[in-house]
Design a protein around this ligand. Structure first.
Ligand code: PLP
Length: 364
């Protein structure tokens, strides 16, 4: 194992929490609800109960919501942990594994940490950021035991086309490989959300959490869903890491899952109000272009002036007290990722400041 620094994570922790700016457009999550908004009280955070192979009530609620059997679920501290558990349960040192490119850096770092030989599966702008099925097929032919994808795609927020996903799944099944779909943004399709990947066949694994769509990142309440044999192996990996989920977290998560429709309505309202603000801003600019995302709280903007994310970042931070997620952490310095989950006044002012910072590069 090799745990190299996840540069984006270091950046995000320092800049979002230790040295925050006033106008933070880098966050990909909905802003957190208050306990009152979820109906959580201090009494919910108790530690009674049994959760040795996942809290039974939590598994029951997740199973019902996503249409899977309880034995297919491993609750975990965030989808990040579920991703790691599944990858570690599947891969041995030197195994081949594939990942979408560009990717959210922590996902690639899991493969690096497990010392896998990494094969890239492009998601090209010309293909509206859908994954290249031929490249995925070739990766499986070369022996990749796992392919990691995201849906909605981080950074561009596009929904993974079902025909492509099924074609990729067929190829994976033929070669005995698995497809892990990180669906941490997928619930933002609201009532249009299709059945999750893990319901499409035993070659698929889904991961998710309450972090992004529901704004509950600080709770650390996620889960993985997959075929029972792999979930059982993931529980064995968990024994090395934390043994159990925190019981107060599970008990609060149970309350949140019971009130998830209410939380979703809150998030949906914000998305419906904030996306047009971003859309208007993008239309007003000659120096950014995008593939307009239909869902979610993020947008992936290509910089068409001479601004690059690494040059823009210090100007935006130091002079304008604002930030976006820099594209260079995705290997794309000609892009930035903008989040719209924050308060409306902050979003409007943040976009104004982003515009001013970009103006500085107009003739640069
Ligand atoms: C694709 C993806 N997966 C997982 C996470 C982290 O989620 P969690 O808080 O559930 O670990 C993020 C956060 O940015 C993400 O973009």
């Amino acid at each position: 194992m090799r745990f190299n620094t996840i540069k984006y994570m270091e950046w995000a922790k320092l800049n979002q929490h230790i040295h925050p700016v006033s106008f933070d457009l880098s966050n990909s999550a909905m802003a957190p609800p208050t306990p009152e908004e979820i109906g959580v009280t201090a009494e919910d955070a108790h530690w009674e109960g049994e959760n040795h192979y996942g809290h039974p009530v939590l598994k029951e609620l997740i199973a019902k919501r996503y249409g899977v059997k309880e034995e297919m679920i491993i609750p975990s501290g965030g989808s990040s942990l579920a991703n790691f558990l599944f990858a570690a349960a599947l891969l041995d040192t030197g195994d081949k594994a594939a990942i979408e490119v560009p990717y959210y850096e922590p996902l690639g770092k899991i493969l690096e940490a497990l010392e896998a030989k990494v094969i890239e599966v492009p998601r090209r702008r010309e293909e509206k950021f859908q994954p290249d099925v031929d490249a995925a097929t070739k990766a499986f032919e070369k022996g990749a035991k796992l392919l990691i994808l995201t849906d909605l795609y981080n950074p561009a927020a596009v929904h993974l086309d079902r025909a492509r996903l099924k074609a990729i799944g067929e190829s994976a099944a033929k070669h005995g490989a698995k497809v892990l779909v990180d669906e941490v943004y997928l619930d933002a399709m609201w009532d249009k959300r299709p059945p999750i990947a893990a319901t499409l066949g035993p070659q698929f694994l889904s991961t998710n959490s309450l972090t992004k769509v529901y704004g509950l990142g600080n709770l650390r309440a996620g889960w993985g869903i997959g075929p029972k044999d792999l979930v059982d192996r993931a529980y064995r990996v968990y024994d090395y890491l934390s043994v159990l989920n925190s019981m107060p977290t599970d008990n609060v998560a149970i309350r949140c899952h019971r009130n998830l429709d209410k939380l979703a309505a809150r998030s949906r309202k914000r998305r419906d109000e904030h996306f047009p603000i971003l859309k208007k801003w993008v239309a007003s600019r000659k120096d950014v272009e995008w593939i307009e995302p239909e869902w979610g709280f993020i947008a992936w903007l290509r910089l068409t002036s001479r601004a690059t994310s690494d040059r823009l970042e210090p100007v935006l931070r130091k002079k304008y007290d604002a930030q976006v997620a820099p594209g260079h952490y995705f290997g794309c310095p000609d892009h930035i990722r903008v989040g719209i989950g924050l308060a409306k006044e902050k979003l409007e002012e943040g976009l104004k400041r982003l515009g001013k910072a970009l103006d500085e590069f107009a003739g640069a």
